[in-house]
Write a protein that binds this ligand. Structure first.
Ligand code: TXA
Ligand code: MG
Length: 340
């Protein structure tokens, strides 16, 4: 039988077969959908990079079903084991020293690997049945909005051949917190903020009486994937930070910002319209950051498809606290510009 040449929904059984044979699949997790392939198959890892259009310097997260499977790919110590026991399965990725069965292709040549146990029955079932850890970046084209529903993945890869398992809408809605853990020096660095906040991590380690220090400083060598722009929707997103501005002035300022925006920043294509924008759609998110995170990527995608020329997000005093900071980090990276 000839293979279908388009992305489509498949059953878990079919996804297991595809993965076993070295293919890649759209996999639901509690954070966002991932584009998964087995870590012991170089061509499938290569396909993840080429399908996403992701540069080879940006490493992949490896998903495991248990701490014991985690220990086959990374070196754990007191802090990482304690955090794993409490926060896994869940939206926490720990970057730990890699063991030799993790290829340089997965870690982009780094000596550390990002690892997590996802909290989604479908992801756990796939990893369990394939019996090998699955590498999976978010299932979107490089630099674009992440997918929080199976339909988003189908839409993103409509020109590709990606089987997708529908596991429903993602409960968390933004990507995992990426935490660099140095068990030897007890130093921790949040490389990417996420659902699990630094306060939650720190309070838990204090409760466990485990000494640790959080560092803010980081560099491109340790966090090669932290580009200035990311998550960009198909029409430009503008953030409004000013308290008062007339509608007319706002439209003028938005157009000025869009005209002045560069075409590329750090290899990421900046979304700019060809003409003056007039139809500006408001991105409205719930005040509760848990609900806002869940709604974020779906709302961005819907507005981008709505026929609007641009999307506006109005920042206000409700947007406070660590989880809102994680959401604002995504919005800031997704935005072409800010009206201050
Ligand atoms: O929630 C998530 O983390 C989702 C789901 C699918 O698990 N995955 C995800 O993967 O967001 P991705 O590839 O879109 O983002 C992973 C981030 C990138 O910024 C990457 O640079 C960083 O984690 N990362 C992965 N491995 C790393 C490593 N060894 N050292 C430093 N950063 C790493
Ligand atoms: Mg991503």
């Amino acid at each position: 039988m000839e293979k279908p040449k388009h992305s489509r929904l498949v059953s878990c059984d079919e996804a297991v077969t595809v993965l076993q044979e070295g293919g890649i699949v759209g996999m639901p997790t509690e954070t966002v959908y991932g584009l998964a392939g087995r870590i012991d198959n170089a061509p499938s890892i290569e396909r993840i990079f080429t399908t996403k259009g992701r540069p080879s310097f940006d490493p992949l997260i490896v998903h495991v079903e248990s701490l014991s499977m985690g220990k086959t790919i990374a070196e754990f110590g007191l802090i990482s084991e304690t955090l794993a026991a409490h926060f896994w399965p869940g939206p926490l990725t720990m970057v730990l020293p890699k063991l030799k069965n993790v290829s340089d292709q997965i870690t982009s040549g780094l000596q550390a690997v990002g690892v997590r146990i996802p909290n989604h029955p479908v992801a756990l079932d796939l990893i369990h049945r394939v019996g090998v850890p699955l590498a999976a970046p978010s299932a979107n084209k490089f630099g674009k909005t992440s997918p929080s529903e199976a339909q988003h993945v189908l839409h993103e890869f409509s020109q590709d051949d990606v089987p997708v398992v529908d596991g429903g809408p993602c409960a968390v809605g933004i990507e995992s917190t990426v935490l660099l853990v140095n068990d030897k020096s007890s130093e921790l660095v949040v490389l990417r903020p996420g659902y699990i906040t630094e306060t939650a991590l720190s309070e838990f380690l204090h409760e466990q009486k485990i000494p640790h220090h959080f560092h803010k400083v980081t560099n491109k060598v340790l966090a090669p994937g932290q580009m200035k722009h990311h998550y960009m929707p198909a029409v430009p997103l503008i953030i409004l930070e000013r308290n008062y501005i007339s509608e007319n002035d706002l439209e003028n300022e938005i157009n000025q910002i869009l005209r002045a925006a560069p075409d590329f920043v750090e290899g990421v294509k900046i979304i700019k319209p060809a003409h003056r924008v007039e139809r500006i759609a408001n991105l409205r998110l719930p005040d509760d950051p848990v609900l806002a995170a869940r709604a974020l990527y779906g709302s961005l995608r819907n507005l981008a498809e709505s026929g609007a020329d641009a999307i506006l997000f109005v920042k206000n005093e409700v947007h406070q606290g660590e989880l809102w900071e994680s959401i604002l980090e995504r919005l800031t990276k997704a935005a072409t510009g800010v009206v201050r």
